[in-house]
Ligand binder design. Structure first.
Ligand code: PBE
Length: 298
């Protein structure tokens, strides 16, 4: 008797798991609550990213935490691979996303409306340099102060890198294809004599593009650039402690707000190098009835 019962028990559990998993792997079904279709999970990026903190705040503010929604930390690369696979199978997915990013060029995506404005309005990406740079490396300082480009410019480099071109080579090609823009940044700046210059970044696709373009222009100005990738807090600290010279990765006023507050007295903010960036929760456009973060609470 006991044997029969345990067999039934395991068959029951196995079929429940199979149903749960298959629901989780099934194509999007607009007639069903989206939460159960994505296992109440938002696919995130590196845990320290400002966007992840904003996403954690969003699940509180929109009451999703009560339904046990969670933000799955991973990396930009893992998030974009998971996104590509879900889109291929028309499966539902919610990711932490941002523009500029090649994901919006390659996939049909949309930001979820954010009526509580948790993710803020359009953002700028600022150039942050260490104190004393203007005195020690005046040519680098002048160029970094002039460095400014558009989301389209950045996306061109990002797309090349995403298609397999080495970041340094993609940056070099962009520089060769845009001599007028580069001339606006560097005209009249004196050549340097091979001094090293250290740039730090977090390995987000957007910053891999911008930092490599900056490094190649500094190389053309006679510097020996070194690029060091790290997490967001060490990146800010590297400039505040003068361990590095500059970074072009400060998403403000929201995404990097906490880091700016911590380090603003120990760094120099040269202002935006790009305007019109945006961060938020992003879904494929085939999720037609999901248009606001509020729609997650079906
Ligand atoms: N991002 C992309 C970063 C800034 C660049 C939105 C992932 C973040 O701090 O969240």
């Amino acid at each position: 008797m006991l044997k029969k019962l345990s067999a039934f028990f395991f068959i029951g559990i196995f079929s429940f798991l199979l149903t749960a998993c298959s629901a989780y792997l099934a194509p999007f079904d607009a007639s069903k609550p989206v939460g159960e279709q994505v296992n109440y999970t938002i696919t995130g990026i590196d845990a320290g990213a400002g966007l992840m903190m904003a996403a954690e705040n969003a699940i509180e503010v929109y009451g999703l935490a009560e339904e046990y929604w969670q933000i799955q930390p991973s990396s930009t690369a893992a998030m974009t691979i998971t996104l590509a696979r879900a889109i291929e199978d028309k499966r539902p997915i919610i990711v932490t996303g941002w523009v500029p990013h090649w994901m919006f060029t390659n996939f049909d995506l949309k930001f979820l409306d954010d009526p509580e404005n948790v993710f803020g309005e359009a953002e700028s990406i600022h150039t942050i340099v260490r104190k004393g740079l203007a005195e020690d490396k005046p040519s680098a300082y002048q160029f970094l102060n002039n460095f400014y480009w558009t989301p389209d410019d950045m996306s061109e480099v990002m797309l090349d890198v995403n298609n397999g071109v080495e970041p340094e080579k993609a940056a070099r090609e962009w520089i060769e294809n845009n001599p007028d823009i580069v001339a606006q940044w560097t005209d009249g700046i004196e050549q340097a004599n091979g001094e090293e210059i250290v740039l730090t970044l977090v390995a987000w696709d957007s910053e891999i593009a911008s930092t490599n373009v900056v490094a190649e222009v500094l190389r053309d100005l006679g510097y020996e650039p070194t690029i060091r990738a790290m997490e967001i807090q060490p990146m800010w600290k590297s400039i505040a402690t003068s361990a590095a010279d500059a970074m072009v990765a400060a998403w403000l006023p929201n995404t990097s707000a906490v880091f700016y507050e911590d380090f603003q007295d120990d760094v120099i903010d040269l202002g935006p190098n790009l305007r019109g960036a945006q961060v938020g929760l992003v879904v494929p456009t085939f999720m037609e009835n999901i248009n606001s973060i509020e729609d997650l609470r079906r």
